[in-house]
Design a protein around this ligand. Structure first.
Ligand SMILES: Cc1ncc(COP(=O)(O)O)c(C=O)c1O
Length: 369
């Protein structure tokens, strides 16, 4: 169905950047620069500078960034890793694929890890904490880092949804041992397929990720140092991401402006809870604009009927997916979030008019409901 207000608009996104993107792709193709070339290195250097770390290592997904970062922290069989229950499944799968046990805890009102719940779950087996910076807002990294330092735990930041967000003036992906990013097409910095990166100040973690992504091989010497993976960020993909990275600051400002329009229009409407949280240390980039209501399913159906596309991240708690074989941790807040959240249209292409239409539909729903 053609929506009046699409959730994102990939065609328009490309049309606006066409000359630059086509130029970058043609440059790679005409030079034959397809695998592990200068464009990848250039993108990694600029990404590292943007995040505020020494190294960025391009990989083929946010999942692999997490997996390699965990291996870099020495996580393996028998270890426990604390993370949130309200996240994308890849956060948890990366822990499971290291042979470790995910210990899922509750999030706070801002959908990020509730630091007051971390200490009670630390055991002698705990090796790391993964705060997930959800929807473009960082976790309280002051508190998370203090707990990690106290118990000597590694912090791996899942920053897949938070490139450019900061806390206390520092960007996500620069606090812990490693930061993990995703360049899935609809992320704030999205490629034309899957992609990701590990950011770190630790040369050992950077080196391990560089080897693992390339089947364990050191490209200089040809020596295989590990049984690795085929998980390199494609060169052409990196060239495109490098073009887009230059536009990122402008896109962040745009998202913040769209968020403030939603806030103006939706404050006080029905039982809505809006994603504007306290704390002047935070600079949010609004990867998603998530609102919360007891009438989520009805509101979503009504928006669809009126031509407004929305998404739900995520409609059921992870442990209810039987195939994941995760024990039910009994986290009531996470269960309510799954029932109540809805993500409104939000992207670099979302226009003021889209916000007006969306908010009018929402107001009509609550008037008539
Ligand atoms: C919070 C979070 N973690 C991890 C990932 C995994 O990234 P990818 O899809 O690039 O593997 C995503 C992507 O959707 C995400 O949103």
């Amino acid at each position: 169905m053609a929506y009046k207000v699409p959730f994102v608009d990939a065609k328009l996104h490309y049309a606006r950047l066409k000359p630059e993107i086509d130029g970058a792709i043609v440059d790679c193709l005409t030079k034959g620069d397809l695998v592990y070339r200068k464009q990848l290195k250039d993108f990694e250097d600029r990404l590292a500078e943007f995040v505020g770390v020494k190294y960025a290592v391009g990989v083929n997904s946010g999942y692999h960034a997490l997996h390699f970062a965990l291996l870099g922290a020495g996580v393996g069989p028998g270890d426990e890793v604390i993370t949130v229950a309200h996240t994308f499944v890849a956060t948890v799968s990366a822990i499971v694929h290291c042979g470790a046990k995910p210990v899922l805890i509750e999030v706070g009102k801002d959908y990020n890890i509730d630091p007051s719940r971390i200490e009670a779950t630390i055991t002698s087996k705990t090796k790391a904490i993964i705060p997930v910076h959800l929807n473009g807002r960082l976790s309280d990294m002051g508190k998370v880092m203090a707990i990690a330092d106290k118990y000597k735990l590694a912090v791996i930041e899942d920053a897949a949804q938070a490139l450019g967000a900061s806390f206390g003036g520092r960007r996500g992906g620069s606090f812990g041992l490693a930061g993990c990013f995703s360049f899935y097409p609809f992320k704030i910095l999205g490629g034309f397929g899957d992609g990701g990166a590990v950011t770190t100040n630790d040369p050992g973690v950077a080196r391990l990720a560089s080897l693992l992504r390339y089947n364990g091989e050191d490209r200089e010497t040809g020596e295989y140092h590990h049984h690795g993976y085929t998980a390199l960020l494609d060169n052409v993909q990196a060239a495109v991401l490098d073009v887009k990275l230059r536009h990122l600051p402008k896109w962040i400002e745009h998202r913040r402006m769209i968020a403030s329009l939603y806030r103006e229009a939706l404050t006080g409407v029905g039982d809505l809870q809006l994603p504007h949280f306290e704390g002047d240390q935070y600079y949010d980039i609004f990867q998603n604009y998530v609102i919360r209501t007891q009438q989520r399913d009805k509101l979503r159906a009504y928006l669809k009927e009126q031509g407004v596309e929305t998404l739900v991240h995520w409609p059921k708690p992870m442990w209810e997916h039987k195939g994941l074989e995760l024990p039910d941790p009994g986290l009531k807040e996470t269960e309510s979030i799954c029932r109540e959240v809805i993500s409104l249209p939000m992207s670099a292409e979302t226009a003021e008019e889209h916000v007006q239409i969306t908010c009018q539909v929402i107001k009509n729903f609550f008037k008539g409901a």
